[in-house]
Write a protein that binds this ligand. Structure first.
Ligand code: AMP
Length: 456
């Protein structure tokens, strides 16, 4: 293994990394409290119980649709995102956390690496690297953090979590079929319904194939020629280099001009139009409501044909709860074989916000608080806890140094259903005082009968 070259210590490094200051008395360490970086946050209990609930439901649903989990690295070569998401997109142009990796002693060049801003590119890279087409149609899902340097606000973070899925494979395995698009959309509608999220809206568009896009981009460029000079700096650049991205513009003054631009729906060729019609037909057949929105182009370059977004009324400015679409040319763009695909990414942070579910409703409180009473009882209580937890019973263990009053107080504070007293007398008779903390009823229960009683 070649060794990493020791990095040169830049001037001021200690001050930057350790927060040391030089004072007249010499070097002084900074002891200020360190906080999480702006735009990142700690997810704490009990809220994490809601996240666990969501993830368990999602995994369950993915299983029903025969998806399997994939985990790709959190950082990849910068080029992967530049090539797939597109250099002119906001994500690649402004929002990526990239850095130059150290040069190695063996002379290998320094690489530009990036914290993944999204996961589709990583999944398709893995598809190519591991020749996953040899398995036919791949239905893969992931759950994990993504990173974008965006302006933080409610529902928008610099580290956020996505739950996503991809259906990718050779066309011969059916990956190009409109049936895949409709199935993905139906899965998403089912997921939101199952989680109890009402008030969702599915917006649907087709952004055509690459030939349609070329003709459309030409038309856009023509229409933008007299307008661009009056638009924002980003739009002026987009008009020249990637006119479709003008639809990503959020500047209010530009919106009336964008409204006048030609729409993609007029540029779809016959196969793309038929494909889109079929998606709509199946959605109607399975009862998934949708609205057509021909301004929806999604902020990533790799999309083709079907593009969609689910929005939610209660989320305010950041109302897109999930988005996705087809990406039929992405594999080839990354050096792989032809492999049509479609996928989506749900913003888990926003999903949890939209769910508006009190953590208490999904949190599992301890079934029993085991209170060792008196010296030497910690071992007996530990033995009992070990037995009960196998059943599986959620058991919290006290300490022999606690007085009974403190054990009761702790058990109540934790919301335990029962308290179990483990004293010398109980151990000798192998029967334990069990008190229901809700009803106040107390009974003596033989060891063997504890599990069924605690589970009931
Ligand atoms: P995208 O990868 O841009 O298509 O985004 C898919 C979904 O991820 C969006 O609909 C959001 O729900 C979520 N998302 C994107 N960016 C952020 C962010 N900065 N913070 C929180 N969620 C985000």
């Amino acid at each position: 293994m070649p060794e990493e070259a020791a990095p040169a210590e830049p001037r001021g490094w200690r001050a930057l990394v350790l927060g040391e200051r030089t004072t007249p008395r010499g070097r002084e360490a900074d002891t200020a409290v360190i906080k999480a970086i702006r735009g990142t946050r700690d997810l704490l209990p009990p809220e994490t119980a809601v996240w666990n609930f969501v993830e368990a439901e999602v995994r369950d649903l993915f299983r029903a649709y025969n998806f399997q989990e994939i985990r790709t690295p959190i950082f990849e070569e910068t080029q992967l995102f530049a090539r797939s998401v597109g250099e002119e997109t906001d994500i690649v142009g402004k929002e990526m956390y990239s850095w130059e990796d150290r040069t190695r002693r063996d002379g290998e060049r320094a690489q530009s690496l990036t914290l993944r801003p999204e996961n589709t590119a990583g999944v398709v890279r893995a598809y190519i690297e591991h020749k996953l087409w040899e398995r036919g149609l791949n239905k893969l899902y992931y759950i994990g953090p993504q990173f974008r340097r965006e302006r933080p606000q409610k529902g928008r973070y610099r580290q956020f979590y996505q739950i996503g899925a991809e259906v990718i494979g050779p066309a011969s395995a059916g990956s190009e079929s409109a049936a895949r698009d409709a199935e993905i959309l139906e899965l998403l509608a089912t997921l939101l319904d199952r989680l109890g999220i009402e008030d969702w809206h599915l917006q649907l568009n087709s952004i055509g194939c690459s030939a349609d896009r070329a003709r459309y981009n030409e038309a856009l460029q023509e229409a933008l020629a007299p307008l661009a000079a009056k638009m924002c700096a980003d739009c002026q650049r987009r008009a020249m280099r990637n006119p479709l991205r003008v639809f990503d513009c959020k500047v209010p003054e530009d919106q009336p001009r964008i409204e006048t631009l030609p729409r993609m729906s007029q540029y779809l060729d016959e196969p793309c139009r038929k494909h889109f019609e079929q998606v709509q037909e199946i959605l109607s057949a399975v009862g998934v409501p949708f609205a057509l929105n021909d301004r929806l182009v999604r902020g990533l370059d790799y999309y083709t044909r079907t593009a969609f977004e689910f929005t939610h009324g209660a989320l305010g400015a950041q109302n897109a709860i999930l988005g996705g679409g087809r990406y039929d040319g992405l594999s080839e763009l990354l050096g792989g074989p032809k492999a049509p695909g479609i996928g989506f990414a749900i913003g888990e942070d926003r999903l949890v916000l939209a769910l508006n579910r009190p953590a208490e409703s999904v949190q599992r409180k301890p079934d029993v608080y085991i209170a060792p009473l008196g010296p030497g009882m910690n071992s007996e209580a530990a033995r009992l806890a070990r037995e009960l937890r196998c059943h599986p019973i959620v058991a919290e263990l006290g300490d022999e140094s606690f007085r009974l009053k403190k054990s009761f107080e702790t058990a109540t504070k934790l919301g335990a259903r029962y308290i179990l007293i483990v004293g010398e007398k109980e151990v000798k008779s192998d029967a334990f005082a069990l008190k229901n903390l809700e009803s106040g009823e107390q009974v003596l229960v033989p060891r063997t009968e504890l599990p069924p009683r605690l589970r009931s």
